[in-house]
Design a protein around this ligand. Structure first.
Ligand code: SAM
Ligand code: 2KA
Ligand code: SF4
Ligand code: MG
Length: 264
């Protein structure tokens, strides 16, 4: 269902502090809600309902969900409306994504309601926020230095977000709590070999602080690219890097199938 044109659209939200419990009653800012195939990660190919919240605490220059981060637009939906829309599709997997879905306290309430109804839940998160919720797969995509919106790569301005993004993109405590609490896949967006030393350092730091092992099997390299043309430039290089380093490769099936169309 396209929800981005709804009349109750409000202005900018969710770019600063996490939302409070008071706001839970008002539901969630939803950019889009649609049925598709999971395009990324270990569940690639699984029919799933996607719930995309709006608002993000980071600003990756390459963000393929521009209208949840750089220019957030949304309709607020109550949890009852979201659940009814999910239940109208014949799927047992739900993917909660964004934007950054864990900014919102109400994401926990939604996940609890989905769990009660027997859904498998995947949460797509940048790994900077921990919440205690029934999450079957935490699909964590920590952001590398190559994601930072430097002035030459800023899609809207002159690098105004560079320092804040750089300061906030890794929170080792939140990452450790996520890997300790949930089944996790660590899904790194990779462009070329320059990304690899940082991935190895991040894994070493995480393994030093986390109380559970972090297997290379749970580390996925995903080619950077929001369009078929861009993926054609990055995917073979990233596949080679996965083989060289012994990590997994994940495709972006939805980009192959539907390019950059909304609600896919
Ligand atoms: C839009 S994000 C929303 C969830 C969360 N904010 C995050 O970044 O993980 C969903 C997924 O798309 C990935 N992504 C965003 N832009 C991308 C791009 N241009 N190429 C490849 N992956 C991208 C993110 O890394 C993340 O795994
Ligand atoms: N088909 C499809 N699969 C996805 N897996 C993760 C996505 C996301 O944006 O979080 C995504 C998405 O946007 N579309
Ligand atoms: S963290 Fe996710 S939603 Fe936020 S800007 Fe980066 S890719 Fe986009
Ligand atoms: Mg996507």
């Amino acid at each position: 269902m396209p929800v981005s044109d709804s009349a109750d659209r409000t202005s900018d939200i969710g770019t600063d502090a996490a939302e409070t419990a008071d706001e839970t009653a008002e539901g969630l800012p939803i950019n889009e809600l649609f049925y598709s195939l999971q395009g990324e990660g270990t569940l690639a190919g699984v029919p799933s309902v996607f719930v995309r919240t709006s608002g993000c605490n980071l600003r990756c220059w390459f963000c393929d969900s521009y209208h949840t981060s750089w220019e957030p637009t949304h309709a607020r939906m109550t949890l009852a409306e979201i659940l009814a829309e999910i239940e109208s599709h014949d799927a047992d997997h739900v993917v909660l994504t964004g934007g950054e879905p864990l900014l919102h306290e109400a994401s926990t309430t939604l996940l609890e309601a989905l769990d009660e109804r027997g859904y498998h839940t995947t949460v797509e998160t940048n790994g900077t926020i921990y919440r205690d919720a029934p999450i079957d797969l935490a699909s964590v995509s920590p952001k590398l230095e190559s994601s930072t919106p430097t002035p030459d790569r800023d899609p809207t301005g002159d690098g105004e977000w560079e320092a804040r993004h750089e300061a906030d993109r890794i929170d080792m405590d939140a990452l450790a709590r996520l890997v300790e609490s949930y089944d996790v896949q660590l899904k790194f967006v990779v462009t070329d070999a320059e990304d690899m030393p940082e991935i190895r350092e991040l894994l070493a730091d995480l393994r030093a602080v986390a109380d559970v092992p972090v297997s290379d099997d749970d580390v996925l390299l995903m080619p950077e690219g929001a369009t078929r043309d861009r993926l054609a430039e990055t995917r073979a290089r990233v596949a080679d890097l996965a083989m060289e380093y012994g990590f997994r490769y994940t495709p972006r099936l939805h980009v192959d199938l539907w390019n950059d169309a909304p609600e896919t």
